[in-house]
Design a protein around this ligand. Structure first.
Ligand code: GDP
Length: 480
């Protein structure tokens, strides 16, 4: 990538989390990073940091120099005598432009990890000419200086926030440029089509010739199909990134809380034989084969008797709406009731796994009463005796990855912004196909193809504006 937008100012921030830690890092980036560090750092070997080679470390002290002196040997002696000047014992690392995270000179001061030491070092570098960095500004510079494209910059955030192994894997593949390469190939295909269209517009006096019309149709539909496949897989991507939201639903006393406990393999939800004990939603995260799954146990009541239950009902409805999957629990030891039917009807349109609980007892349930209301994916379990819980977990996992294989590697789009841009791109391609069908002139067709190209370009940042960047980088932490 050729673009380089080097900035004039030097930014600084604490790059490690607040609180006590073994080490903490103050990071600087920009043209003055080395000069500012030189003012606040004295190396044990007495050599100035400007002599340091890129990708090397130097041990020394961060000092608050009150008096300037030309004699650095004298200065260290003074400093060692007047310990009030020493702020911390540190190791400084240097990464010179352009081979650094931001493509600028980057200095990292590794100090002790206490909040006081880190803030004092930060204050000192700010007092010596650095400016405090905005959230995500180091990564924003990496993007604007052409080191990362936008999907890669966003992957940095995904990796920091990854809740599961799979989320980390998808983030790493995005950071390595796998998504960027795929998107660039799609862009190249659209660009080639646009070039052919422009040529035809310039040289042809008539409308679209039937031969090239067919070629354009094949080309545009081909790219639209690729976008559809990417979008179909994006559900997996979204779930991998954000976790699968699973609501446990069913009437009181069927064993929802017991089931949650059995899955969690620990006591968390309160289990009692009194119907309606779970008056609020209980949420827990588990990990199924590397997939983060958020389990939400709900109240399962139809009518409220008081304000608390009214709120519980509200929360249950909200949880149901936001869920990716419902585990609908029935009591296998008793016949289906009207209440079961009402609740089953409420989740009829959701992706559902039916659990028949209490299989340790004699079976009295007859599913005929729920005909048409529940899907065929049914598993019989005993929450009490931990029977078939692994099968249930497998069904939860298969609700996302329905093939026999596990997580299908390759390009996975997981970010809501990317999904939206891809949908828009596909929409423009479909409009251009309609225009082609209607036999309108190539100028109109190419207009929509160009819009499709721009929408795809928003993913990698070929096309961007300040607003998009602000939204993306404001989600980052300071120091990244
Ligand atoms: P919830 O109201 O749906 O959350 O149900 P609970 O988990 O509170 O369970 C209600 C009652 O059913 C409790 O007495 C549990 O011990 C009992 N129970 C739950 N699961 C099973 C099971 O698999 N077998 C048997 N025999 N009893 C169960």
């Amino acid at each position: 990538m050729a673009k380089i937008a080097y900035y004039q100012d030097t930014i600084a921030a604490i790059a490690t989390p607040f609180g006590e830690g073994a080490v903490g890092i103050v990071r600087l980036s920009g043209p003055e990073a080395v000069a500012i560090t030189r003012k606040v750092f004295i190396a044990k070997n007495k050599k100035p940091i400007s002599c340091m080679r890129s990708f090397s470390l130097r041990y020394g002290w961060v000092v608050n120099r009150r008096q300037k002196t030309e004699d650095r040997g004298q200065e260290i002696e003074n400093m060692q005598q007047e310990t009030g000047h020493i702020i911390d014992e540190v190791i400084v690392s240097l990464m010179r432009a352009p081979k650094s995270y931001t493509r600028e000179d980057v200095v990292e001061i590794n100090s002790h990890g206490g909040a006081r030491a880190l803030s004092s070092i930060l204050e000192l570098v700010l007092g010596n000419g650095a400016r405090v960095a905005q959230p995500g500004e180091f990564t924003k510079r990496a993007f604007l200086n052409g080191r990362l494209d936008l999907t890669q910059a966003e992957a940095v955030l995904d990796i920091i926030q990854a809740k599961s192994e799979l989320a980390l894997k998808v983030g790493m593949s995005q950071l390595s440029g796998e998504v960027s390469r795929y998107i660039s190939e799609l862009r190249a295909k659209i660009l080639a089509m646009l070039a052919d269209m422009e040529a035809e517009i310039d040289f042809s006096e008539e409308g679209v010739s039937s031969n090239s019309g067919q070629d354009f149709k094949t080309g545009i539909s081909g790219v639209a199909r690729e976008l559809t496949t990417l979008l179909e897989k994006s559900f997996q991507g979204k779930v991998i990134r954000e976790g699968l939201k699973v609501v446990i639903y069913g009437k009181p006393n069927v064993g929802k809380s017991s089931l949650l406990n059995a899955i969690l393999k620990k006591e968390r939800a309160i289990v009692t034989p009194i119907a309606g004990t779970t008056r609020d939603t209980v949420e827990e995260f588990i990990n199924i084969k590397g997939l983060a799954v958020q389990l939400i146990d709900t109240a399962g009541i139809l009518e409220h008797r008081d304000d608390i239950e009214k709120e519980a009902l509200n929360r249950t409805q909200k949880a149901l709406q936001a869920s990716d999957l419902v585990i609908f629990v029935l009591d296998g030891s008793s016949p289906v009731t009207g209440e079961d039917r009402i609740l089953a009807n409420q989740v009829r349109l959701k992706k559902t796994v039916v659990v028949i609980n209490k299989c340790d007892q004699a079976r009295r349930i007859d599913l005929a009463g729920l005909k048409g209301l529940i899907p065929e994916t049914i598993v019989e379990v005993s929450a009490l005796e931990n029977r078939n819980i692994a099968q249930l977990e497998e069904l939860i996992y298969r609700s996302v990855f329905d093939s026999r294989s596990n997580f299908d590697e390759g390009v996975v789009i997981s970010n809501a912004r990317h999904i939206e841009a891809l949908k828009r791109s596909r929409q423009h391609l479909e409009t251009s196909l309609d225009t082609l069908e209607k036999g309108l002139s190539l100028e109109f067709i190419s207009l929509d193809v160009k819009k499709a190209l721009d929408a795809i370009g928003e993913l990698t940042g070929e096309v961007f504006n300040e607003d998009i960047l602000n939204v993306i980088f404001s989600k980052f932490c300071i120091g990244k």
